[in-house]
Design a protein around this ligand. Structure first.
Ligand SMILES: [Zn+2]
Length: 169
């Protein structure tokens, strides 16, 4: 595990995230597995009830923004996949999912008990638009895709965390 991996793990602990070292799968540089599926108050829930293993940098990017996400009334992020073997559309390049740095989000749970489904609700949901705006503003993600971007993202959000974050906390 490289130095920036250790730095990331330290800040994850400072954010009170309960993590343990995840199994090394694929090309994840700093794999962490979440206990309680919790990132600083925001639940990260696998739609397929898989273990939640991701690169520390993705966990940190979400955990650092958790207070703002909770402020939008979002309490849980429901994802279809984080790590998987995949290539970029129409390309031979490996996608960031191979590194455990990307997450495909299909739906959210809100404080009032509602489920916001990207495919169904994106057009008219202010909360979902605010979430995208918030993720952009943080500059902690290098790529943010959502319905309307391209034909591969009509039904989910795709977020890719940056490895290096200059922002201080
Ligand atoms: Zn994706």
């Amino acid at each position: 595990m490289r130095r920036r991996g250790y730095e990331c793990l330290r800040s994850l602990t400072q954010l009170n995230v309960k993590w343990r070292r995840g199994n090394v799968i694929g090309r994840i540089a700093t794999p962490v597995e979440l206990r309680d599926s919790d990132l600083n108050g925001v639940k990260i829930v696998s739609l397929f009830k898989r273990r939640t293993v991701m690169d520390c940098h993705l966990a940190r990017a979400i955990a650092m923004n958790a207070p703002a996400i909770l402020n939008l009334g979002i309490t849980a992020i429901q994802f279809s996949s984080i790590h998987r073997y995949s290539r970029m559309p129409r390309s031979r390049r490996l996608s960031r999912h191979n590194l455990g740095l990307a997450i495909d989000i299909w739906s959210f749970r809100t404080k009032s008990g509602r489920t916001l489904v990207v495919a169904r609700d994106f057009r008219r949901s202010r909360t979902l638009h605010k979430f995208i705006r918030l993720m952009r503003k943080t500059k902690m993600f290098r790529s943010i895709l959502y319905p309307g971007n391209d034909r591969h993202h009509q039904d989910h959000f795709h977020l890719e965390a940056k490895m290096w974050v200059t922002r201080r906390w």
